[in-house]
Design a protein around this ligand. Sequence first.
Ligand SMILES: C[S@@+](CC[C@H](N)C(=O)[O-])C[C@H]1O[C@@H](n2cnc3c(N)ncnc32)[C@H](O)[C@@H]1O
Length: 299
Amino acid sequence: MAESLTISSVLKRIKEQLEQAKLRNPQLEAEMIVSEALGISRPEIYLELDKTIPGSALKKIRAWVKARSERKPFAYIIRKAWFREIELEVNNSVLIPRPETELLTEQALRIIRSEATIEKILDLGTGSGAIILSLAFELKNFARNLKFFASDISKPALEMAKKNARKLGLSKKITFCKGDLFQPFSRHKFHLIVCNPPYIPQAQLRSLMPEIKRYEPEIALNGGVDGLELIQKIINQAPRHLYPDAWLLMEIGLNQAKRLKKYLGAEMALKEVVKDYNRVDRIAIFQKRQEQGFARILT
Ligand SMILES: C[S@@+](CC[C@H](N)C(=O)[O-])C[C@H]1O[C@@H](n2cnc3c(N)ncnc32)[C@H](O)[C@@H]1O
């Protein structure tokens, strides 16, 4: 790439290389690489097509194009991902947060804002911290005194979530715990639990895109034989960690919504399933029923 130093010619070369690597959107990705390397927005690239790219940026571009041609996700290459209103650091010990999970967070925000009794909030399997950090960030000036908790079974994931909390100035607002599902919270109850569990059926992991299967952590993806192993455990264990009338919001996979009801005990109700941008059932919203004895007195 040494001979072609303008933005225009470099863009063209990157696009050709990414086409050869069979990437789906070589033009868009070429623009993303150049804009990130130069620290300008994608539209700004087109105002400066004849500008010469400095050597330091070219060096970055070469390394990034090589990594991208090897199908390393761009977020891992630049160690950054954007989620709702925040920027997160990511590496290959955490899942790259997805747009569907922004919807899960939006549903959690809607319920937290409208239910006056909600105080204690848990993000189970926090990964990069995307969900809990967005909640704490977007509810920074909220009048109610909210307490945020986040956990993960993966130590490196939890370290990344803590680092992101520090970068966003949110460390003091969130308690991070390491452990398997509810194990760190044996005596704790919450008013809202939000969770994006691993939900891909094990046999499908092999057919995922190289970006996912080669680079993203299997522990964040593998939902066991039918994809529902953790989901079932969470539905079974959650009632012990929810106050009466409290909420459990969970992201789910393709065709999983209809199978949720069979896991429900008497204490939990499936209130709603929200579709994502592709009209796929994606967010399951459960509510714990009133304590049985109490409910009987009321009715
Ligand atoms: C699909 S990722 C979600 C990450 C993040 N919440 C997000 O939405 O981007 C699932 C997360 O659950 C964690 N996890 C997997 N099994 C777990 C378990 N048994 N207990 C706690 N966390 C678990 C993984 O390490 C991973 O960070």
